[in-house]
Design a protein around this ligand. Structure first.
Ligand code: GLN
Length: 537
């Protein structure tokens, strides 16, 4: 363990969905703004190797890092708040821990010992926690433990935390996030569930240092004293975490509660400077005082679950702020309309986005949405599957290839305008086998994409198996759909545009993963600007 790195563990109690990810990201933001290099890690107790094979209905969006890791969506929050890329090391699951221990056992690394949860699994967990510190690159590592204290599957993680606290007493603290429910019949906030959840941690040998209390009402001093007394924490370490209008308010709310100073005190670190949050505050100010409003339709098949498109909706918040515009997202289910009633479903929109996705469900609605945007000159952004759909729609309705499809949806199509990459054809495993992570792309000067990025050399993150089929490229370009972005090494088409449309851009990559508060994504900024122009016509 590097001498310089300090560790903050964030656990959760009482219920799930208390927002550990946002609290962790907010604390990290405050520490970063004081001048500490900070990173955040998420430990997920489930047995999947990574969330790549999970249906979005389970845990929401799968976030992708530059190094091609398919990760929990909380990593998206970490990047959006800190503006520092994460990597595979920032997300570890039980599946990955066991996989690695079992591989070591097969190699004979344990020299004939019985391999057990303690010490072998917990050692592996501790190694993963310390690996993320990268030998002192980071002053502070915040490790968020997924799930709720008391879950069977999170026990080894809590045990690993106990050992870390015991081995490195002065370098580790625990922040426990808990719920203080309000009973309206009694007109009171109740502390008992928090007492129980701290007791549960104590039974496992872990005394939390700080309690972040999610509450819908003010935590008065008397209540804070009561919580402090029952849970053995100092009164100033009982932090009120009220519901906020925007997740981007939370760092300032935590600053007002002095979460950062309490944490630094307990870690034995100096406060350095007051947090430098000028840019953050300016962002919030613009977020709350927009000059314009645009309405953008997000067409997808998981729209009833907004977490499935988390990075996209956050990217619109960033791009809206950059344009001093409130982006109202209209969530449109791709199964709810067809070519016949598309006009009805999509009228009044200033822009249309067709979302990423897998499989056949909702494809016809997505094709109808592209056709509507293309023929009515409505700004359009297609992401990954959304770009592929734009290519299919153009083939069917402009090139006259009525049967055109992606081989993902139709293996027998006579016009496979989207098809599988050769190297994908031999792969049978589902997990971690797509084109994943950052790839270079070269843009055509003067394209809408190049204008948005203000450069022609970009790098963007991918997550897909299928590609634009270059056998058809000449036909497309002759009829007005141009490949304005290509992978310089492989020639794969990464961006398509229709120059005689006001703003029609399809991208094979996922720009949404790289949008942050400090660096709103240029394509989203360009798309919102195009939507504003469309509105003013
Ligand atoms: N299903 C498509 C593919 O695998 C698109 C994937 C996506 O939208 N992320 O290529």
């Amino acid at each position: 363990m590097s001498n310089s790195t300090k560790y903050v563990f964030v656990t959760g109690g009482v219920t799930s969905s208390l927002g550990k990810g946002i609290i962790s990201a907010s604390l990290a933001k405050l520490l970063q703004a004081r001048g500490y290099t900070t990173t955040i890690q998420k430990l997920d107790p489930y047995i999947n190797i990574d969330p790549g094979t999970l249906n979005p209905y389970e845990h929401g969006e799968c976030f992708v890092t530059d190094d091609g890791a398919e990760t929990d969506l909380d990593l998206g929050h970490y990047e959006r708040f800190l503006n520092v890329p994460t990597s595979q090391a920032n997300n570890v699951t039980t599946g990955r821990i066991y996989q690695s221990v079992i591989e070591k056992e097969r190699r004979g690394d344990y020299l004939g010992k019985t391999v057990q949860v303690i010490p072998h699994i917990t050692d592996e967990i501790k190694e993963r926690i310390q690996a993320v510190a990268k030998n002192g690159t980071f002053d502070i590592v915040i490790t968020e433990i997924g799930g709720t204290v008391g879950d069977i599957e999170s026990l080894p993680y809590v045990e690993a935390v106990r050992q870390m606290l015991w081995e490195h007493e002065n370098d580790c603290i625990v922040v426990h996030l808990t719920l203080i429910p309000y009973l309206s019949a009694a007109g009171e906030l109740k502390t008992k569930p928090t007492q129980h959840s701290v007791k549960q941690l104590l039974e496992l040998g872990v005394q939390p240092d700080v309690l972040c209390c999610r509450t819908e009402h003010e935590l008065e001093l008397g209540l804070r004293q009561k919580i402090a007394k029952f849970c053995n924490v100092s009164v100033n370490a009982v932090i009120e975490a009220r519901d906020a209008a925007s997740i981007y308010d939370v760092p300032l709310l935590m600053q007002a509660e002095e979460l950062d100073t309490v944490v630094l005190e307990k870690l034995g670190l100096s406060k350095k400077q007051a947090p430098k949050l000028e840019n953050w505050k300016a962002f919030l100010d613009r977020l709350k005082n927009p000059q314009h409003t645009v309405k953008i339709g997000l067409v997808g098949k998981y729209v009833e679950l907004k977490d499935a498109y988390k990075s996209i909706s956050e990217a619109f918040i960033h791009a809206g702020v950059a344009n001093e515009t409130k982006v109202e997202l209209s969530w449109i289910h791709s199964e709810s309309f067809t070519e016949e009633n598309a006009a009805q479903a999509l009228q009044g929109l200033d822009g249309i986005l067709v979302a990423p996705g897998f499989g056949s469900r909702g494809i016809d609605g997505k094709i109808a949405a592209v056709q509507y945007a293309r023929t009515n000159n409505i700004p359009f952004l297609g992401i990954c599957l959304g770009m592929q759909i734009a290519v299919i729609e153009f083939a069917r309705n402009v090139l006259g290839l009525s049967d055109a499809h992606s081989t993902e949806m139709s293996e027998q199509t006579k016009a496979p305008v989207i098809s599988m990459m050769e190297e994908q054809k031999l792969i049978s495993n589902m997990g971690g086998t797509m084109r994943l992570g950052a790839y270079k792309c070269e843009l055509k000067p003067n394209s809408n994409a190049a204008k948005a990025y203000q450069t022609i050399n970009i790098t963007e993150r991918h997550r897909h198996r299928y590609e634009f089929n270059n056998d058809y490229l000449e036909q497309y370009e002759a009829q007005g759909m141009i490949a304005t972005g290509k992978n310089p090494e492989t020639g794969l088409v990464e961006v398509v545009e229709i120059p005689n449309h006001p703003w029609f851009v399809g991208v094979q990559f996922h720009p949404e993963y790289k949008s942050t508060v400090d660096a709103p994504h240029p394509l989203f900024v360009g798309f919102v600007k195009a939507a504003l122009n469309h509105q003013s016509k």
